[in-house]
Design a protein around this ligand. Sequence first.
Ligand SMILES: [Zn+2]
Length: 382
Amino acid sequence: MTVIQQVSIRFSELGGKKFEMGDEIVFTHGLVDIHSHGRDNNQLLGDGMTDILSHSVRQFGTVLLMPNLADKDALMTPEMAIAYHDRATKATGGEINILVTVYLNTDLTEDHIKMISEDSRIAGIKSYPAHGTTNSEHGLRTPLEAHKQLEWMQKYKVPLLVHGQVRTDDDGDVMDEWDREPYFYEEVAPELDRLYPELPISYEHLSTGVGAQAVIDRTGPTQGTYTSFHLGYTRTDAMDIGVRTDMVGKPMAQHAREKPKLWDALSAHPHLFALGSDDAWHPMRADHPIASKHAQNCACGWVHGPYRVGSYLDLFEKHNALHLFGQFASVNAARFYGFQVPDKTIRLRKMNYRVVDQLQFGNYSAQPLNAGEDRVGWCLVD
Ligand SMILES: [Zn+2]
C-alpha cells in the first residue's frame, strides 16, 4: 500500500503516480468547497443544516455557502448574511471556516456594499437568473440590471459571483435550457467586462466551453468554478434510458462535446479554476416547501454529501490531472478571495464502496447522486 502525503501547498507531487486499490492520499492543507449550499436549521427542516455541514466538516477546511434560500430567508442584506454565517458556524461547532454571500438585488445600498467589503465573513454577492433555478424568485434577468450595485462593488472590490445563465431572451420568451449559458457568456459577460473591467468576478459551475473561455479571456480578476458533475457527466448520462432525477440540476448536464473543453481550459490555465461542488440538498418527500428531489417538477440540485472530494479525485485521476488537484481544490479560491489556505488533514483510500441509499437531512432524508451504486474510487476514511 502506498500512502502519498501532501508536502507542497499545491500538492503537485500527487501527479505522475499510478495508484492501486488500497493506496491512500493524505491532504494536510485544507481543501475548500467554494460553492455549496447550507440550508438552515428550523422548525420544519429540523437539524438539516447540521446534517449537511457535518459532511463539509469531514472533508473541507473552508466552505462558501450560497444564499438561495426561500422568501424571507434569501439573505438580501449583509446583516442577514452575517446572521446566517453565525447559524452555520454554530451548526458546525466552529470546526471549519464558513463564508457566506449576499443575494444580488437592487435594494443594496453603497453602505451595504462597503460593509460587505470590510467583513471577512462575507465573500461577495451572488447573482441568480430570475426563476432560473431553485428559489431564485428574487434574482434579476441578468446582473446588469443592478448597475449601481455593480459600480459600488467595483469601487470596493467586492466579488460578484454569477450563476451564468439567462432564462428569458430579449423578447421575454423562455429560452431553451442549453442556450442559456452560451447566451450569458456571449451577450452578458462581455458587457460586464466593458462596464466593470476591474470588478472581481467568479463564474460559477461552468458547464460549457464558451463559459470557461470567458474566464480565460477576461483581464480583470476572475475565477471559474467547476462541479464534479459537469466535469464527469453529460446529458446522455442524465437522460439515456429515462431521466435521472439525481442528475437534475442547473445548468443541466451538457452535450458530450462540452466536457473536454472544461478539462482543456483547466489544464491550460490551472490557476483560474476552483472546486465548487454545488452540493445542494432537497428532501426526498414531496410535502416539503423546499420541494422534493424525486417528484414531478423535481427540484434542481446535486446531493454529493460525503462523496464530494472523492468524486473530484476520481475524475482528476482519470484525466491525468492529479498534479493540478491541490491548486484547484484549495489554493486558487483562497487566492481569489484573499483568505489563508486552511489547516486540515483528511485521508482518502482507493477502494470498493457502495454509495448509501439515503442521507439524514433533519426531519427528512436526501438521496445522494448514484445512490445505492457499487463504485471503485477514492473514498474518505477516518
Ligand atoms: Zn449553487
